[in-house]
Every structure is written in structure tokens, then in C-alpha cells.
Write a protein that binds this ligand. Sequence first.
Ligand SMILES: Nc1ncnc2c1ncn2[C@@H]1O[C@H](COP(=O)(O)OP(=O)(O)OP(=O)(O)O)[C@@H](O)[C@H]1O
Ligand SMILES: [Mg+2]
Length: 230
Amino acid sequence: MPRPSPAVELLIVARDLSRIYHTGGTRVTGLDHVDLEVGAGEMVLLKGVSGSGKSTLLALLAGLDRPTSGMLHVAGLDLRKASSAQLTLFRRRKVGMVFQSFNLLPTLTVLENVCLPALLAGDPESEVRKRAQTWIESMGLGSRIHHLPGELSGGEMQRTAIARALINDPPILLADEPTGNLDTDNGRTVVRLLADLNRSHGRTVIMATHGDLADAFATRIVRLQDGKMV
Ligand SMILES: Nc1ncnc2c1ncn2[C@@H]1O[C@H](COP(=O)(O)OP(=O)(O)OP(=O)(O)O)[C@@H](O)[C@H]1O
Ligand SMILES: [Mg+2]
């Protein structure tokens, strides 16, 4: 599939990017000399068997982990050289993350879960609540706003997690197997929501997936094998 044209703003530039894990005396290659450019407005799927490096790459892009070597610029920030204060700001404002296991806080309601990242970022509470309500409604969860995660279906939990990922209005959405714990119907709904955020709202989406539900919406499919792009 085509690479972004030079006229498109590059949101992600990775060159020769590697991540080696050293655990208990063992050396494991998570990511092996990967080159990747992603333009604003793309929807990129990461595919590959278990252990191929999808989550490793997403964690690096999210600023949750640091590369062992290579260059990585995301949304204008050099993630290898960034200070921890810069990384904190980057994680709050530039990327939203969605995980296979939803990662909602069980004692907080849907509204409270969605508000949390914006309150942590220091935004005023009344304004945050309004923004959260808008996203919750646009995810079709208006009637679940005061429910706890344990009172939701898997699909509803994942839509809550998507609203939470959007609350700080990040240009980039990173999703690690977001449909992995959902049945096909709910998986399809989640994929459509992510595709709509990409197409109608201009978000750049990078999504790791084993399935083919999102293939039709992707601008590009990147395949990983043993940490390498193939
Ligand atoms: N924290 C870690 N410490 C040591 N090795 C790790 C760590 N995280 C990942 N790895 C290793 O790095 C390689 C890539 O793992 P990664 O989790 O990125 O794969 P994946 O493509 O996301 O797989 P899956 O489809 O199962 O989620 C694997 O060999 C894995 O065992
Ligand atoms: Mg993974």
C-alpha cells in the first residue's frame, strides 16, 4: 500500500528502531531495526503473529517505553531524547491508548473514568465533565454514564475506553488489539468507531490486530515478524 505523500505532515518517523529486552540474563528482541513513517490522517494496522512486536512498537509510540537504539519522532517530539516531564506531557496530550483488556478503573463510573485523564492534566472539572458527556454520548453510552465498569458489556467497556482515550483531544490514537476480547458484532462496532474517528475527525489511528475486521478501513497494513517489518 502507498506511503504517505510528501505533502502530508508526518506524525510518526521511526528509523532503525530497535527494542531489546534483557530479562534474567536472556536477550529478547522485541523490535528489530524498524523504519516507519505515518502521515497525519492515516489508519495503519499492525499485523503479525503473537510475539512479532506489535505491542512493543505501540508502547514505544505511546512514550510508555524507550527504544534501545534508532530514532523515533512522534508528533514533533524526539522520544529518545525527551525528558520525563516532556514524556508525561506527550502522553497526556498527543496520544490516546486503547487496550484489549479495557483497563478501566473498577470503582469509578463511566463518567469518572472518562474524565480522569483530563483532570490529571489539570483541566477545570466543569469543562471536563461537559467534554466527557459529549464523547460518552457519541459512543452511544448516554444511558450508561453513571454505571460502573462491572455493570457494562465488553463492547460498552471498550467504547468507554475509547471515550477516555479521546478526552484530551490527542491527534494520535493507539489501539492494541481493541477487539481482542469482543465478539464479532461488538468488534465491528469498535472498528467502525475508530474508523469514523479517523475519517471524520482526522485522527491518526495505529491499531494492532489479529483479525481482518478493520482491513477495509485501513490506509496501510504493516506486517511484523520477529520484530522486523516484512
Ligand atoms: N517486558 C518484556 N520483557 C521481555 N521480553 C518482552 C517484553 N515485552 C515483550 N517481550 C518480548 O518481545 C517480543 C515481542 O512481544 P510483543 O508483546 O511486542 O508481541 P505482540 O506482537 O504484541 O504479540 P501478541 O500478539 O501476543 O500481543 C516477544 O518475544 C516477547 O516475548
Ligand atoms: Mg501484543
